[in-house]
Design a binder for this molecule. Structure first.
Ligand SMILES: [Zn+2]
Length: 281
């Protein structure tokens, strides 16, 4: 874990933010972190919900928002749709090639590692993510619901056989040749959810069940703008859970959340783990 910026007040290490707007609010951010740690200690079943913001410190652009630069071509929404994939797979693969290279070269950042450590210590029981980049599993998280699919596997569009993507994707990035099924020669479609494609029902149901069952939901690095994952904190609140939000931007649940920290997840989450490790279990 990298050193967290901080100050010592009354012999207690206090968090100070890298965000200039929050730097003068060190004590209140520190109070928020203490409260978040207390809630996690007391929780019976806490789950985390993450979005693109957890992976931007790893250099991965936000896959589904117009700000990412991925949507500059006029018909990128069409290219990244299931219908577009079927109609013009070469356009889809040409479009997705730079993103795939970025994802394969990315490493889990301190926020991913902190969430994996929280699970290892027993403070969170499951992690729901909108990300397809598999950085949570590479960081060591075990119980993960990837509601938008993932790049770990690809499925043949002809015979529906599933393959691990690593070899296929490396070959595709190096050569630009479309990945094909070794059995039947059909195209291999990465198991990520495209526009116009249904979310994986079992995974989504498991995530919704976790939202109903949990007594604490930690939202980290998601602005909660992409449904249906964005609905999960609303479900958790409706079933009586408390919510912690750690995100740069405001979210729709901030007003109902027990703790809100508008700062960098890659700084805040390791600090939270530090508090959990140093306090009572
Ligand atoms: Zn096949």
């Amino acid at each position: 874990m990298p050193q967290t910026p901080g100050i010592v007040q009354g012999g207690i290490f206090c968090y100070t933010s890298a965000n200039p707007a929050l730097r003068n609010a060190a004590v209140s951010v520190n109070d928020s972190l203490q409260k978040a740690a207390d809630l996690l200690r007391r929780a019976r079943y806490a789950v985390a919900l993450t979005g693109a913001g957890i992976s931007t410190p790893s250099g991965i652009p936000d896959f589904r928002t117009p700000r990412s630069g991925l949507w500059e071509t006029v018909d990128s929404m069409e290219i990244a749709s299931l219908a577009g994939f079927r109609r013009r797979p070469e356009a889809f693969f040409a479009w997705v090639r730079p993103l795939t290279r970025q994802i394969l070269e990315a490493q889990p950042n301190p926020a991913h590692l902190a969430l994996a450590r929280m699970e290892e210590l027993g403070f969170i029981k499951a992690l729901i993510t909108q990300n397809i980049d598999i950085l949570h599993s590479r960081a060591g998280s075990k119980v993960i619901y990837e509601v938008h699919g993932h790049l770990r596997e690809a499925t043949c569009v002809e015979c529906f056989q599933t393959y691990p993507t690593d070899v296929f994707l490396l070959h595709f990035i190096q050569t630009g040749e479309l990945p094909r099924c070794p059995d039947c020669g059909g195209l291999l479609k990465p198991n990520v959810i495209l526009f116009g494609e249904a979310l994986p029902v079992k995974i989504l149901h498991a995530a919704q069940r976790a939202a109903r069952t949990c007594d604490l939901m930690l939202v980290a690095g998601s602005s909660l703008e992409v449904a249906p994952a964005s609905e999960l904190p609303r479900i958790a609140l409706a079933y009586g859970a408390q919510v912690i939000v750690i995100n740069f931007e405001r979210t729709y649940v901030d007003d109902q959340a027990a703790v809100v920290i508008r700062d960098d997840v890659a700084t805040v989450l390791p600090h939270l783990v530090g508090l959990l490790e140093s306090g009572p279990r």
